[in-house]
Design a protein around this ligand. Sequence first.
Ligand code: OOB
Length: 543
Amino acid sequence: MIPLEQPFPEEFARRYRERGYWRGDTFPEVLERQAADRRDALVVIGGDERWTYGELAERAETMAAGFLKLGLKPGDRVVVQLPNIPAFFAVTFGLFRAGLIPVFTLPAHRLTEIIHFVRKSEASALVIADEFDGFDYRPLAAAVKEAVPALAHVVVIGEAGEHKAASDFSADPSCLPAIYPDPSSVALVQISGGSTGLSKLIPRTHDDYLYSIWASNDLCGITPDSVYLAALPVAHNFPMSSPGVFGAIYAGATIVMAPKPDPRTAFPLIEQEKVTITGLVPPLALLWLQSAPKLGYDLSSLEVLQVGGAKFMPEAAKKVRPVLGCTLQQVFGMAEGLVNYTRLDDPEEIIVNTQGRPISPDDEVLVLDDQGQPVPDGMPGNLLARGPYTIRAYHDDPGANARSFTEDGFYRTGDVVKRMAGGYVEVLGRATDHINRAGEKISAEEVEDHLLAHPAIFDAAVVSMPDRFLGERSCAFIIPDGDAPSAAALKAWMRDREIAAFKIPDQVVMVDSFATTAVGKISRKELRAALREQQLEKEGTRI
Ligand code: OOB
């Protein structure tokens, strides 16, 4: 098994410890502390369930014992695919308690992606819910097991069918590890949105992830009285750790799990449970802004609305305070590490027009031109970052590592930003080829690879197009080989590839050739840019 590690050089690790960022804490200890200090306080509400910290710790111990009795060994990886349900925390903290490493995937992922995550992480188990939002995950898990025989176990929350039921696990404190994991070891794996090909694995250590969480808590005002609504899928880095659900647990606060983020689901929860803070992607924030006055729920408990994952336009940002009566916090982060926030007490001008500034005084941020030279503040440039919670490498991917990190360990974010006084940044766009569809990052290359597998497609190029609602939508330019399939047939065929629905092109444009104004051989990247320009001109949507 290839070890999961995060190679922070020793001199940096020492500095981060000396400055008090890395506190030698670990995830299992965080929950154990809370269960001792506030046994009867509510930690999570979801559906009919309301669990206290004490109950969560007990359930996590039962899970931990169950996983270990299956034969899993500390350090083994477990792919977790769960929706926003309380059991997410029993499973996750159970894995932490057992020294197992969760690999977080989204409920939207399908067979193709889950196989990739299981293979790439060399996982020994997969945890799913029986069913969610009309989709049965059990046949998917069975197919993964068949494709990857090394996957020894599928554990199901709910009706297990042919798999193992988590409800059969029983407590057995005697088999739990007596010692906690090393704080510098990998605690969990996030997945990258991916700009080239398949998603990469992002190993995060206890030290680095917990730092980003407690520091986020401090600047987002999270206290034991906070109530965090998990509206976005909790497996995303944003609702998980910025400060998100883990921040809530770190602070001893309460989490409300929304099965879906739409206003009719979320607003009654805000009213009933007196939610104080939540996080949304821009399209959902727009929907909430539209719906709040119409639906008439009491949202007065809401103090902070965080918006991130994609650019929130100033015109919309301006409306948050007057319409929702709360403070907007822009969040510009990435699963690889660096997170920027506007501060709650920043002037409205900064909150509306910027994507914030980094969490840590030791976040080193560079804004460089294409030749690698620093650009002056106020000028656009490529953003690179290094710091106490930004990874130094993806798992087992030398090619991606060589592209994505400089020799001295800076992560090339792929984002084009402008830096302003005080270190605030404004995101202007990006240099890499992915589509940011309502906060979900889609690799153009990955979708093109799927399209090229179609027998009637000669060539395909996928680009992002501006979209009033989604921010960006995906548009596939196709050169057919013979009779062109209809757009509807092509989308149906893509669905049969068993990939996340958000990766299916929103728009399909058939073309005879990719002849562009450019002469000679051009790179895929230039080709995509040229096709995008052509289409923008054609639709008259140039912005
Ligand atoms: C978050 O994480 P990822 O890994 O899904 O995506 C990271 C990328 C960034 O490199 C940037 O391109 C884009 O998403 N992005 C934003 C943004 N927040 C993220 N672009 C413009 N404005 C923003 N506010 O998306 C993520 C992780 C932690 C916290 C928040 C978001």
